[in-house]
Design a protein around this ligand. Structure first.
Ligand SMILES: O=C(O)[C@H](O)[C@@H](O)[C@H](O)[C@H](O)COP(=O)(O)O
Length: 237
């Protein structure tokens, strides 16, 4: 992976398996969170959903931390109740917010509103109660080059990808997604102290190669907006 044409300042890390990658990433994220706790007394972590992060969540949940001073939130969410199979909050409850990590504070991205458009102001307020600079953001990526719920061809994508987008979150209705979504916007991700892209599989390397070939075309592959200096990429086959 390191032979891809990465922009200056992007670091790459790989492991023999997805489990080993999850362990390596969990140790690094725990170190960053401990550093935040020492420096500021609190720490914030925003994670993505999907299948890739599960070994990472399970390894992070085992990390010794003052979890009660850590706030965990999501990079994006499907607009479904936590009981729904597609809920990212449900995924976190099952694999991350358990054991010692069950003491962490969790900021969900879904409200009781009927749609993300109606719920957005309340989610915006909840996010505004968090530090403006999150300590750690973990991005995933689909093979279409989406990240978070920033999908190509979605109405409102240009707004959400503006470096100066005024909102911290935005409702999205990706044409091919099963559920309406809500996503963090680009400024929130850009401002994070530590930005990670966590991916697995050869197909994701092919996607990255395509993304790196035309970095300026962010609307067709939104991940392109985040492939820049300071990003830490974690990959395994
Ligand atoms: O809510 C989501 O689905 C994620 O935030 C999404 O952006 C995910 O990171 C990618 O779709 C990759 O998913 P996999 O890890 O399952 O390939």
């Amino acid at each position: 992976m390191s032979e891809l044409g990465w922009p200056e300042g992007v670091s790459t890390n790989s492991a023999e398996s997805r489990g080993a990658l999850g362990e390596v990433l969990a140790m690094q994220v725990a170190a960053w969170l401990r550093e935040a706790l020492v420096e500021r007394g609190v720490a914030t972590l925003a994670v993505s959903g999907g299948s890739t992060p599960v070994p990472f969540f399970q390894a992070l949940a085992r990390q010794p931390l003052d979890w009660e001073r850590v706030t965990v939130t999501l990079v994006d969410e499907r607009w479904v109740p936590e009981s729904h199979q597609a809920s990212n909050a449900r995924l976190l409850r099952a694999h991350l917010l358990k054991g010692a990590a069950a003491q962490a504070n969790f900021t969900p991205l879904v409200t009781n509103a009927a749609s993300p458009g109606e719920g957005q102001p309340e989610v915006q307020a909840q996010l505004a109660a968090l530090p403006a600079t999150l300590d750690v953001v973990i991005l995933g990526m689909g093979t279409d080059g989406h990240t978070a719920s920033l999908f190509p061809g979605t109405p409102g994508l240009e707004q959400a990808l503006r470096p100066d987008c005024p909102s911290r979150c935005q409702a999205m209705s990706p044409p091919e997604a099963l559920q309406e979504r809500i996503t963090l916007t680009r400024p929130v991700i850009d401002a994070a102290r530590h930005r990670v892209l966590h991916i697995a599989g050869e197909d994701k390397l092919v996607t990255l190669e395509k993304a790196l070939a035309s970095p300026e075309l962010i609307l067709s592959m939104p991940i392109r907006a985040f492939l820049r200096s300071g990003l830490a990429v974690y990959w395994s086959a």
